[in-house]
Write a protein that binds this ligand. Structure first.
Ligand code: 9YT
Length: 130
């Protein structure tokens, strides 16, 4: 069994910062679980365009409030206890009214160093097309 404590990974290589978020990656591809698991902070007052073409992602809000808008224009409010699952690789805009703390699960797992490209995606596994 493996144990990871958030405090032990803070400010290390698994503590990754984007412009609007800070992703603390507790489980990554190398852990061979078939998914990665992140404790992610989304900064207050931000809007982030995202489109994970190569990954499925489930996001469970445990603190804060905001919304997620999908390409159809539907806006889903987010409060603590809300989960959204991008089961169709949905293009979306994530807005944080207050800082939001999200538990994020990615399938396939991310390797740890990914940042979003200009389309809001993470790169796919090596050898995979778009
Ligand atoms: C919720 C979301 O997608 N935020 C962007 C960062 C990403 N979830 C990550 O790498 O944890």
């Amino acid at each position: 069994m493996k144990t990871v404590r958030l405090n032990d990974i803070l400010n290390g290589p698994h503590d990754v910062r984007g412009q609007t978020w800070n992703s603390r990656r507790l489980l990554l591809a190398d852990d061979n679980m078939g998914f990665s698991l992140h404790d992610t902070l989304i900064h207050a007052g931000t809007a982030t365009e995202l489109w994970y073409r190569h990954h499925l992602e489930a996001v469970y809000c445990i603190e804060g409030r905001g919304s997620v808008e999908v390409v159809t224009g539907e806006v889903i409010p987010i409060v603590a206890g809300t989960l959204y699952a991008l089961d169709k690789h949905d293009e979306h805009v994530l807005r944080a009214e207050t800082e939001m703390r999200m538990v994020c699960v990615f399938n396939p797992p991310v390797s740890g160093a990914e940042v979003h490209d200009e389309t809001g995606a993470y790169p796919g596994p090596v050898g995979e097309g778009t």
